[in-house]
Write a protein that binds this ligand. Structure first.
Ligand SMILES: [Mg+2]
Length: 112
C-alpha cells in the first residue's frame, strides 16, 4: 500500500459518505502534502491542480468507458481537494504561502 492509499486503508470508501467525511479525508491529504513538500506558492499549486484535474477526468472517463476502477476517481478527487485546501489555507496572509518558492533542489526562498 502506498502513502497515497493510506486514507482508503482496505476500504474503497471514506469513513462516511458525508461532505464532512470527505472534507476530513481531503484535509488529511493536504496535511500529508504539507509535511512532504512544505508550503508551496500559488503557481506551483495551480499547476498541480491542473495536473490533478486531468487525472480526475481521466479516471472518470476510464471508469465510464473502459472499466477502470471507481476508487481511482476517489483518489484523484481527494488529491485535487487537498490541493484546493492548500490554496485556501493562509489566503489572508499574503506574505506566507504566496511568497514562498522552492528551487529545484528544494531550497526555499522569498519571492518578493
Ligand atoms: Mg493524482
Amino acid at each position: 500500500m502506498t502513502d497515497k492509499h493510506e486514507w482508503l486503508g482496505t476500504h474503497t470508501r471514506a469513513p462516511d459518505e458525508s461532505l464532512d467525511g470527505w472534507a476530513r479525508v481531503c484535509r488529511a491529504q493536504a496535511e500529508r502534502n504539507l509535511a512532504k513538500w512544505g508550503p508551496q506558492d500559488w503557481e506551483t499549486l495551480g499547476l498541480a491542480i491542473a495536473e490533478e484535474t486531468g487525472e480526475l477526468a481521466q479516471a472518470i472517463l476510464k471508469c465510464l468507458h473502459e472499466g477502470g476502477p471507481r476508487d481511482r476517481i476517489q483518489e484523484e478527487a481527494v488529491d485535487l481537494g487537498a490541493l484546493c485546501l492548500q490554496v485556501l489555507q493562509g489566503f489572508s496572509a499574503p506574505n506566507s504561502v504566496i511568497s514562498v518558492r522552492k528551487d529545484n533542489q528544494g531550497h526555499s526562498s522569498e519571492k518578493n
